[in-house]
Design a protein around this ligand. Sequence first.
Ligand code: HEM
Length: 491
Amino acid sequence: MGMPVVAPPGWSLEARTARDTQGFVVSPFAHLPVAVALFLDAGKARRGWLRAVRQAAPATRADGQQQGRSAAIAFTATGLAALGLGEAELRGFERPFWEGMHHPDRRRRLGDLPGDGGATTLVEGGPRWSGNPKGADPTPLTVHALLVLYAADAADLDAWRVEVESVLDAQSVSAACELPLSLRFDRHGVAREHFGFADGLSQPIPYGDAVRRKDSGPQPDPWHGVPLGDFLFGHPNSHNEPSPGPAVEEKSAAGDATGFFDLGRNGSYLVVRELHQDVAAFWRSMEAAAAALGDPTKDGRWVAERAVGREMDGDLLLPGGKTLPRVPYAPHGPDNAFGFRATDRHGFGCPVGSHVRRSNPRDGLAPDDESAPDLLKSANNHRLLRRGRKFGDDFPADGQDDGKTRGLLFMALNTDITRQFEFVQQTWILNRAFATLQGETDPLCGPAGPFTVPDDPLRWRFGVETFIRFAGGEYFFLPGMAALDWLEARP
Ligand code: HEM
C-alpha cells in the first residue's frame, strides 16, 4: 500500500484556538484508518455519565492529533436537553438544530418526505434513528450523542471499544446503534467509497486570523478559501461577522445572572446522514444506461464517471475525454485547483448535472466570464467540511451481490445549516431546474430519473435508477473543549 492519497489538510489552527477545538475539525484522522461510530442513547443515564465517557474516550484536541487513538463527540438537541439545557438555552442554537432533521419542514427541504416526487429515497420502513425523543415521529431509535473512536488497527480499536462499552454500561448509556467505519485504502493508497470512486478529495481551505496555513499556498486559497467562521463558531464567516453560536446565561450560586458563557466558541454543527449504497444496483443501472446509448466506446464506467463527475481515481474530466495532467498517485492526489468556466463551460467534460458539479458548482454557474469570480465566491458560501467515512464490508471483488448492508456515513461540519448543508442538498443536489437542466436531479443522490451528459453536437440523455437510501440522521453540535467542560460540569 502506498501513502494514503487523503491529502493531509494544508492548514491548522493557531495554538489558542487549537487547544479549544476538537481535532475532528482539522483532521480526517487518515493515519487512523479504522473507526466506530457509537450512537448513544443516554435517556436513562446516570448523572455524570459525560465525565465518565470523556475519561474513557477523551475527545482529541486539534493540537494533539498525532496519537494512536482519537475520538470525537457531538450531541443532538435531545441529548443537550438530557444534559440539563433548558428550552431557552436550546433556542440559542440555529432553528434546524433544535427542530431536528426529521421535523416536517426540514424533511421537506431535504427531500426526505416519503412519496415526494423530488425526494431522496428512504430505506424500507423509514429511517431508523434520529435525535427525536422516544415515541416521537418518525424513528424508533433515539440518539443523544455521537461518539466516534478512531484507531490505527482493528485489534486496538476492539480493545478500546470494550473499555468504552464497559464504562457506558456502568453509566446506563446504551448504543442505540453503531457503525464500523473505515477508509480501507486500495493498493495505490486511495480511499474509495463503495461504488469504487476516490473520495474525500475536494475540501474547503479555511482562512482567517486563527488559521495557520501549512503549505506556501496563497491565503486565502483562490478556489477553496472559505472563512474559518463557516466551520467554527465565533470566527468571521462568509458574511464577515463572527458566526453566531449558542450562548448560555451564567448564574451565581444564588441564582443571579452573572453573564454569558459562549457555548458555541470553537464548536460547529455536525450533519450526519447514514446513506445505504446498493453497489449491484448502481453498476446495473450504469451498464443499462450505457447499453441504451448504443455507442461501443461508452461503457458502464463511462456513464458512472459522468454521474459522479470525476474519473474513478479522482481526476477531473475535461472536454474531449481528457483529464487534468498529473503524476499518478501523487502525494496530494488529484488536482483540485480548478473552476469550470474557463475550461468546461458547457459541461462537455464534467457534466453540469454530475454529483460533484451539483454539490459544488464552483464558478460554473456564471453566465459570462466577467461574473465568474463573483459566482465562485457565492458558491463558496455553501461549502461543507466533509468528514464522512464508509461503513460495511467492501463489495465482493467477483461482482456477486452478497446482499450485505454498506454505505457512507456522511458527516459534514458547518456553522449555518440552512445556508450550507440544507442549501447544497435542496438548491443544488435535488433541484429539478439546476443550471440549464430540467426535470432531473443528482444522478447519485436523487430519485430514479433522467440524467443529461452534454456533448457536442448532441447531448446524451438516459435514465438512472435509485441506489442510495437514507437510513437515519441528525444535526449534532460538536462542542469546543471549554464547552465540553461546561457541559460536563453542568449540575
Ligand atoms: C452515498 C452517497 C454519496 C457518495 C457515494 C458520494 C460520493 C462522492 C464522490 C466520489 C465525490 C468526489 C470526490 C471528492 O471530491 O471527494 C464527492 C464529492 C462531494 N460530495 Fe458526495 N457523495 C455522496 C453523498 C453526498 C451528499 C449527501 C452530499 C451533500 C449534501 C455530498 C456532497 C459532496 C461535496 C460537497 C463534494 C465535493 C465537491 C467538490 O468540491 O468538488 N455528497 N462525493
